[in-house]
Design a protein around this ligand. Structure first.
Ligand code: BTN
Length: 264
């Protein structure tokens, strides 16, 4: 089933921060497409078929037609370079809250089941990746392109890289309504956008940390695919850095991926 764009327009325009929705049935990448609308603010670009989705580090983001959510929010932020990471913290955390709220309404999430954040900007469920973000920006203009891919009704994925991929259908054994899920996410983002407008960046990080359960965990970190080392996470810095203890030395890394070494 296709995204119900009329439903989205009725539910979101006028009552959330999104002021325009562009639906394109098929597109290479919603992030790339949204860059054609530099003058628009608070724009949601969504497709049912993203044919060459971009992941971090030039990777491909795989999404079968009409199965998942692939969208980009184009928003202007008037923030200092030091606070740019708040965009990442804000969108990843409140997208997680939106998905959680939706799953609770659907009564599929039990009390000891919860979504978690993984540095720098993944949402994981039961140790597998459910959602990824590619946030691009044009700092001089203050334009941010917040690209989000959420695995919903796709049962199999080809490109697992070094992490495991999950989707809602893989996790719960039933399909979900993508339109309603997206509406819930935008509503959650909207209910909290005042944190951004009031420049409550410390608060945004504090809220992000509540869904980040990896302090003290053993990890391996990689830059794209190369193994760089084994370490323990000690903190997340406000500038987005991951503070780690490696060979008894505290270091901060700003880019790369981490893989949690789970005990089981
Ligand atoms: C990652 O985890 O590597 C980031 C994945 C980001 C995928 C989304 S899907 C919508 C938007 N458009 C793109 O081309 N990529 C992002």
């Amino acid at each position: 089933m296709k995204i119900d764009i009329d439903f989205l327009r009725t539910r979101l325009l006028g009552s959330t921060f999104i002021s325009d929705i562009i639906y394109i049935p098929e597109v290479n990448s919603t992030n790339e497409h949204s860059k054609n609308f530099k003058d628009k603010d608070n724009l949601l670009v969504i497709t049912d078929n993203q044919i060459s989705g971009k992941g971090r580090y030039g990777r491909v983001w795989e999404s079968a037609p009409e199965m998942n959510l692939t969208f980009t929010i184009k928003k202007n932020f008037d923030i200092e370079p030091d606070d740019i990471q708040a965009v990442n913290f804000f969108f990843t955390n409140f997208t997680l809250s939106g998905i959680t709220e939706y799953l609770k309404c659907e009564q599929v999430l039990s009390n000891n089941d919860f979504l978690e954040l993984k540095w720098p900007n993944d949402i994981i469920f039961r140790k597998k990746k459910l959602c990824g973000f590619l946030i691009e920006s044009d700092i001089m203009e203050g334009n941010f392109y917040i690209g989000c891919g959420i695995n919903v009704n796709q049962k199999e994925y080809n490109n697992d890289y070094d992490y495991k991929t999950t989707s809602l259908v893989k996790s719960f054994g039933r399909e979900f309504n993508r339109t309603e899920l997206l509406a819930k996410i935008i509503e959650l983002l909207s209910q909290n956008i005042h944190l951004f407008d009031n420049h409550e960046f410390d608060n945004i990080l504090k809220l992000w940390m509540k869904n980040f359960n990896m302090i003290g965990k053993e990890i391996v970190f990689t830059d794209d695919r190369n193994f760089l080392g084994k370490a323990k996470i000690t903190a997340i810095k406000r500038d987005g850095g991951l503070q780690i203890l490696v060979n008894n030395e505290v270091k901060t890394i700003y880019s790369g991926d981490i893989r949690i070494l789970y005990q089981n």
